[in-house]
Design a protein around this ligand. Sequence first.
Ligand code: EPZ
Length: 424
Amino acid sequence: MDKIRILGNHDLQLKGKVKISGAKNAVLPAIAASLLTREKIRLKNVPLVKDVFTILTLMKELGAEYHIKKNSLSVQIKKIRFEEASYELVRAMRASILVLGPLLARHGKAVVALPGGCAIGSRPIDLHIHGLEKLGALINLEHGYIQAEARRLHGKEIEFDKKTVGGTENLVMAASLAQGETILKNCSLEPEVANLCELLVKMGAKIDGIGQETIQIKGVEELGGATHEIIPDRIEAGTFLVAGALTRGNFTLSHMQPDHLDTVIEKLRYSGAKIERLNNHTLRVIGSPQIRPQDVTTSPYPGFPTDMQAQFIVLMTQAGGRSIITETIFDRRFSHINELLRLGASVEVFGDKAIVKGKTLLSGAETIAIDLRASASLVLAGLIASGETIINEVEHLDRGYEKIEEKLKSLGAPIQRIKDEEKG
Ligand code: EPZ
């Protein structure tokens, strides 16, 4: 497995410009949506990250043909050849669950492995299953698989007990081909959900309330092909903004969508970073030598994203004082803290809270990453830790960040990837 090596220092200053890639969490449901039609779906601004190739492997097993050229992808399933998403694939990527709704809607049958737990918590899928049952699906859970059948789904009013991004996406896709009208209440407001709805409308779906908590879908007989642009990755952009705030950097981020990051920008400005909007798709970040501590609580969009929690903790290790970071979305999303402690951070965890004491000068060490955003936080910490930091098992990082070490290197970071000798 590849490693990343960083020769960080306390005075590193990142400068230059970085181009933000398309959003992993928008392209995955968009690829799953191609199951809903026998025509071709063309996606632009696709990030070439590991999770994209994982879901394309699954789609190929289901009968898809696809073609990638640079950051454009075309995918087409003329006929569903197979209806099972194996445990091996679902274990590799929980978002495989997003094929459940579209498979049921188009093909009437789906067998999807239960995702099980992962590094950031239990992550059940009860809300997906209850929602699909309300649309008329017959679902059995046995031998670690979801066995689902539905001759024809029918519209229903459904209210989610809690906000679920994947649950909202699965139900919107399933309802698009159901008979009659579906009203979904307490939907997630994440921009990736709206981006998916916009694709479905281009395919012929009848959806009102895009970007709202209540979404109405009038089912249609069939959906057609479409061409669609994937929105920029707000979490990649947020990660680079933190890198700028951490390193007293001065650089621009282009091809992004600043208004998807209001809460993160607000918190970073409060911490002392200067963030200037150069135009609708470009920000400049200028880090400050003094970083102000502050308490942050993660919450569903438009609140502070849980996917930015690990990165923000690293920033607070450099703040002059104590910060309390509360994680309300996942029940075990502090795995990065043990590794940060090895770099010299001072963080204590009490339940859903991490108490961060700053400023602590970090020193480089060998570390291991066990989930995507935890890996990102180790890279950030390595930039400002004195000496060498090695991050093992970077395939976690590669799941959601396109060429992150090349992008950081172009900003002046002393970072390199060490290829796994076995792979050659
Ligand atoms: C999406 O995961 C994102 N992944 C996650 O990003 C992100 O952290 C999360 O939304 C934020 O809510 C993708 O979009 C591919 P949820 P998802 O359903 O859909 C509970 C990253 O790093 N829940 O919104 O799986 C669940 O346990 C990843 O890019 C149920 O209880 O998350 C969690 O506590 C990590 N029952 C909360 O809801 C269900 O049926 C939010 O989960 C579904 C979810």
